[in-house]
Design a protein around this ligand. Structure first.
Ligand code: ASN
Ligand code: ZN
Ligand code: CA
Length: 337
């Protein structure tokens, strides 16, 4: 039977009305995106997170209009995943000429409705796949399929395929920060009225705190580190990521309070310095080059500083303002010489 790429429409929980690339075979359609490495979206049907494929079924139907914006329609979370992963693909392709996670043109399948009451999402390099939970009573049972989370998870694959930062100690914090940085860049890249782009992670997921993490002021959550200290290698990687997230925010936006995407961003430093940012596109280019050319599995924060300074020198020049401001941003999160 002939399989062909067609354009469909979707209504996601977080992303609203979107267009999607789908695949038609005969009189049925599947959420398989031939323009993005054949990324396929499955309803995991509440399979355990240890085996999201167990009861999974590829989203399939006889019309090419998917979801209705509500959690009660099982397709709606699938629409968000399809859209978020397509935008993440486009971000890497159009910004860094990277063709998918492993730069080989292949899309990783994604499973939505994984497990029961799962307030989490993850990437698994061994299955080359991603899982998204439906949330729990802690977040009004809101699926974890927002753009920043989709971008975060797919970016774990990119990290695994490049620096392969070990997921513990300071390298684990850098691994997590990389996913928050590029998840945020994807949110800005895909920005629309539903989700204008900000430096918060998970702000659309109905958490009582209003977010999972803040890059502008990591310590606001009560656990994340906004400044390096000697405990950075022994806290959870989702807390030590705060140092890298804070660096990225300050390098992008500079110091001082701002409203971005309708949210307050505080922009304080660990050393009371004040300086301008280089803009998020240049900061992301520096981080991507550092990740793909210089960082290794054991890079720590001091090594990340060296890697980004070299990347900034490569991209903008040894005596550039960009390289100078990258050094200021590291000093502002207490990473220095
Ligand atoms: N949501 C988490 C993450 O992607 C899952 C994990 O701890 N790996 O970071
Ligand atoms: Zn992560
Ligand atoms: Ca966000």
């Amino acid at each position: 039977e002939l399989h062909q790429d067609v354009s469909g429409t979707g209504n996601g929980i977080h992303d609203g009305q979107v267009s999607l690339e789908t695949t038609q075979s005969g009189s049925s359609y599947t959420l398989t995106d031939a323009l993005h490495g054949n990324t396929a979206i499955y309803d995991s049907n509440n399979s355990p997170q240890s085996n999201p494929r167990q009861n999974a079924r590829l989203f399939t139907k006889t019309s090419n209009s998917w979801g209705n914006g509500s959690n009660s329609n099982r397709e709606s979370a699938g629409v968000d995943a399809a859209f978020g992963l397509a935008k993440t693909w486009d971000y890497y392709k159009n910004t860094f000429n990277r063709s998918g996670i492993r730069n080989d043109g292949r899309g990783a399948p994604a499973y939505v409705h994984v497990d029961n009451n799962l307030l989490n999402a993850f990437y698994d390099d061994s299955c080359f796949c991603m899982s998204f939970g439906d949330g729990s009573s802690q977040n009004a049972n809101t699926p974890l399929t927002s753009l920043d989370v989709a971008g975060h998870e797919m970016s774990h694959g990119v990290t695994a395929a490049t620096a392969n930062l070990n997921y513990s100690g300071e390298s684990g914090g850098l691994n997590e920060a990389t996913s928050d940085i590029f998840g945020t860049m994807v949110e800005f890249y895909a920005a629309n009225a539903n989700d204008p782009g900000d430096y918060y992670i998970g702000e659309k997921l109905n958490m009582s705190s209003g977010y999972f993490r803040r890059m502008d002021n990591p310590a606001a959550d009560g656990s994340s580190l906004g400044c390096w200290n000697s405990s950075a290698g022994s806290v959870d990687v989702h807390y030590s990521s705060g140092i890298g997230n804070h660096f990225f925010y300050l390098a992008s936006e500079g110091t001082g309070a701002k409203t971005i995407g309708g949210r307050s961003h505080n922009g304080t430093t660990c050393n009371n310095d004040t300086f301008a940012g280089i803009g998020k596109d240049k900061a992301a280019a520096v981080w991507y080059r550092a990740l793909s050319a210089y960082m290794t599995s054991t890079t720590n924060y001091s090594g990340a500083r060296t890697a980004t300074l070299q990347a900034a020198a490569d991209l903008y020049g040894t005596n550039s303002q960009e390289r100078y401001l990258v050094s200021k941003a590291w000093a502002a999160v207490s990473v220095g010489t």
